[in-house]
Design a binder for this molecule. Structure first.
Ligand code: C5P
Length: 223
C-alpha cells in the first residue's frame, strides 16, 4: 500500500512550517520540509561561490549537495548540508532569497523531485511547501492551502526573528515577503497556487491550535 499524504502549501509566513510539524506529530506521520531542500542548495551554492545567475552550475550543485534531516537530543530538527549542521544558516532571509532564486530553475526542481518523493512512507507523510499538492504529490488524499495577510505574515516573521535576537525591521520584512511572493507566484515552473482540490484556510487572526484543528479536520474527512 502507498502511504497517505497530506500536502500543506502556501506562501512564506503562512505558518506552514509550524503547523505541518505539529500535525505530523499528532498523526504520527513523517514530515517533509521541502523548502529546506531549496534553501540547502541555495547555501551550498553560496559556499561554492556559484553565481545565482549561473543555471548550469546551480543544477550541478543540486545533484552534488548532500542533505540530511535529523532530530537533535532535544528533539529539535536539524538539517545537515554536506556534512555540516546548517540549520541556523538555512533560516536566514539570505538563504530564503537564494532558495527562491534557484527554485525558479526547472532543472533544479526536476533534480529535487525524487528526493522529495522518497519521504512518502508508512504510516503517512505531511509535505510542506509550495507545489506539494500540485506537482510533487498530485494524488495526495488530503490537500491544504494556508494563507494569511502579508502584514500578518511579516509580523509573525518579525517576532520569530526578534526572539532569536536577529535585528530586522517590520517594513523590510514586509517588502521581502511581498517580493518573494511575487517571484514564487509568477515563475513559469510550479508557480505558487492552490491545487484545485485543496482546502483553503485563511489563518489571519487565528492561533496555532485553531489552525491545527482545522487541518486535522481536513484529514479526518472521507476523501
Ligand atoms: O518554505 P521556505 O520559505 O523554506 O521556502 C524557501 C523558498 O524555496 C520559497 O520562497 C520558494 O521559492 C522555494 N520553494 C519552492 N518549492 C517548494 C518549497 C520551497 O519553490 N516546495
Amino acid at each position: 500500500t502507498t502511504a497517505p499524504v497530506l500536502t500543506i502549501d502556501g506562501p512564506s509566513g503562512s505558518g506552514k512550517g509550524t503547523i505541518s510539524r505539529i500535525v505530523a506529530q499528532r498523526l504520527g506521520w513523517h514530515y517533509l520540509d521541502s523548502g529546506a531542500l531549496y534553501r540547502a542548495v541555495g547555501i551550498a551554492a553560496g559556499w561554492a561561490d556559484i553565481d545565482l545567475s549561473d543555471a548550469s552550475a546551480l543544477v550541478r550543485c543540486t545533484f552534488d549537495t548532500e542533505i540530511g534531516f535529523r532530530d537533535d537530543a532535544a528533539g529539535e530538527p536539524r538539517v545537515i548540508v554536506n556534512g555540516l549542521d546548517a540549520t541556523d544558516e538555512l533560516r536566514t532571509e539570505t538563504a530564503g532569497a537564494a532558495a527562491s532564486a534557484i527554485a525558479a530553475i526547472p532543472e533544479v526542481r526536476a533534480a529535487l523531485k525524487d528526493r522529495q518523493r522518497v519521504f512518502r512512507q508508512l504510516p503517512g507523510l505531511v509535505a510542506d511547501g509550495r507545489d506539494m499538492g500540485t506537482v510533487i504529490f498530485p494524488d495526495a488524499a488530503h490537500k491544504v492551502f494556508l494563507t494569511a495577510s502579508a502584514d500578518e505574515r511579516a509580523e509573525r516573521r518579525y517576532k520569530q526573528l526578534k526572539d532569536k535576537g536577529v535585528s530586522v525591521t517590520l517594513d523590510g520584512l514586509l517588502r521581502e515577503i511581498l517580493a518573494r511572493d511575487a517571484r514564487d507566484a509568477s515563475r513559469a515552473v510550479a508557480p505558487l497556487r492552490p491545487a484545485d482540490d485543496a482546502v483553503r484556510i485563511d489563518t489571519t487572526g487565528l492561533g496555532i491550535d485553531g489552525v491545527v484543528a482545522l487541518v486535522l479536520d481536513v484529514v479526518s474527512r472521507p476523501s
